[in-house]
Every structure is written in C-alpha cells, then in structure tokens.
Design a protein. Structure first.
Length: 276
C-alpha cells in the first residue's frame, strides 16, 4: 500500500503524474501518486497549491523518456505496440481477443475476455458507455458522472462494444467536459427511462444481455464546481500552475473555480506539487 503524504504542513512531492486513484465515498475521495507516496487531494481543497512541470515525460508503458506524449501517456513505439494502447481500448467493438487475436493475448485475457458492462450515465447529460466489471464505479467517476445505471452485461469487450455502437445511434457516447465541470444537473429519472428506451431498441440477439438491475448509483464530488468561464490548462503551455484548489471533478483539478487541469491528459509528465 502506498503511504500517504502528511498534509499538516507545507510540503512538496515530485514524480510522474498518473490519473488520480479514487475511492467511492460521499464525496468521492481522490489520491494523487507522486514520488514515494500518495497525496490525499481532498485534504488540499481550499488550500494554495503549486504544480510545476519539470520538462520531462516518461512513457507510462516502458518508462523511457519521450519528447511527446501520445494517447495520454505513451511514447510513439508503445502507442503502436503496447496492449493497453490498442484500438479496442477506445473502440471496444474492435476487440478480436475472442478470436485469439490481440497485441498480447495474456493481457487480453485479463482485460478483454472478462465480463463487461454497458451503462447509461448522467455526465452530465445522458450518455452510453462500456467498462470492465471491476471498473465500476471508477469509470463513472473518471467521466465526472453524477449518476449511472447498468444496462447490459456481456462476457467480453467485443459484444459490449457492439451494443454501444448500436445504441450510439440514439444516445450520445461523449462527455461534455465543460458542462460536466459546472453545477448543472439532470434528473436521475432519465436513467430508467433511457434503459427502457434502449431495451426496446436493441436487436433480439443483443437483448439477452440486458440486466434487471435498476440500482442508480449517485456520485458526489469534493469542493466547488466551475462558476465562471472555463480556462483549460496544459502543462506544455503553463509549466507552473498556482492557485487555490477549489474542487475536483472527473480527472480535473479545479483552480480558483475557473481554471482546470486534466490530470489524465498529463500521464507521465514529471511534475512537482507543493502545498501550504
């Protein structure tokens, strides 16, 4: 278990950024691994912080230094060869692991040839998505969803992707990240209504994967949402970011209720975080 950095006094931690680990709670708890410990980010909300980019990027697959980050953290070679950067990661329907075809079949058996869920989420509007069974509710949190409902359960990634592709004709599959960062909400009644609609739209061969689970998972996030015009920050353009950490949504840090940084987009960036 990674130890937590104590936050009782001003400190600094440095290391390669990775998407924040989360724990489902009310609100969600966030942890940023830097150096030899984890920073409990909820405890920094309301405090001045400083994030500084050191000008180095490590590939999150092979660890080598890369001048440019591809696909949220890979060097170019790993983007082309690493199983975790394969085309089915973003397009589940393209998974061919059930035919014994993959960049790495051992990896595919652990990630593609396992139970997957198709779900509906309010992120903040109604959207359809796919995730591995053990990624619930992490996937919903990463997308900044306010609530979610399981729609179908499949034995592999490919079938889940086929269901998603079919339903994308009728539902969005994108998160409006700017709207997600505000306090706009939609009624949770859209989820069971959407599930009923989706069930009616599926073909007979896909309907057999529908779940009877009507449980709606609600998600609360720490701190305050964005209240002004959003300024999206990049460590390539702004190597030093300072301000009060006022909230966290999805994988976004919110500074001064108006500037945001997508931590996941900066996977592998070597940075230092200091706080008062």
């Amino acid at each position: 278990m990674i130890p937590e950095h104590p936050l009782h006094s001003a400190q600094r931690a440095e290391g390669s950024l990775l998407k924040m680990r989360t724990e489902y709670d009310r609100p969600v708890r966030y942890f940023l691994a830097l150096g030899d410990g984890e920073i409990p980010m909820n405890d920094l909300i309301g405090r001045p912080v400083r994030l500084s980019y050191e000008g180095i990027i490590h590939c999150i697959a092979c660890g080598k230094v890369t001048r440019t980050s591809y696909g949220q953290g890979f060097c170019y070679n790993c983007l082309q060869t690493a199983p975790e950067a394969g085309e089915s990661v973003l397009q589940p329907e393209l998974s061919r692991a059930h035919f014994g075809i993959a960049r790495d079949m051992e990896w595919a058996r652990e990630h593609d040839l396992i139970d997957h869920y198709v779900y509906l989420a309010l992120s903040p509007g109604l959207k359809v998505g796919v995730t591995r069974h053990h990624q619930i509710p992490v996937r919903w949190i990463d997308q900044g969803a306010r609530a979610a409902l399981l729609l179908a359960k499949t034995p592999n990634r490919h079938i889940a992707g086929i269901i998603e592709v079919w339903l994308k004709q009728f539902f969005s599959d994108k998160t409006n990240w700017r709207e997600m960062l505000t306090d706009r909400t939609y009624p949770t009644s859209l989820l069971p209504e959407g599930k009923e609609k989706a069930a009616a739209l599926l073909t007979p061969e896909l309907k057999k994967y529908l779940t009877n689970d009507q449980t709606i998972t609600s998600i609360d996030y720490p701190g305050s949402p964005v209240t002004a015009k959003i300024e999206s920050l990049s460590l390539d353009r702004y190597p030093v970011i300072e301000g009060e950490l006022t909230g966290i949504r999805g994988q976004y840090l919110i500074f001064d209720r108006e500037r945001v940084l997508n931590v996941r987009r900066h996977n592998g960036y070597v940075a230092g975080l200091s706080w008062e």
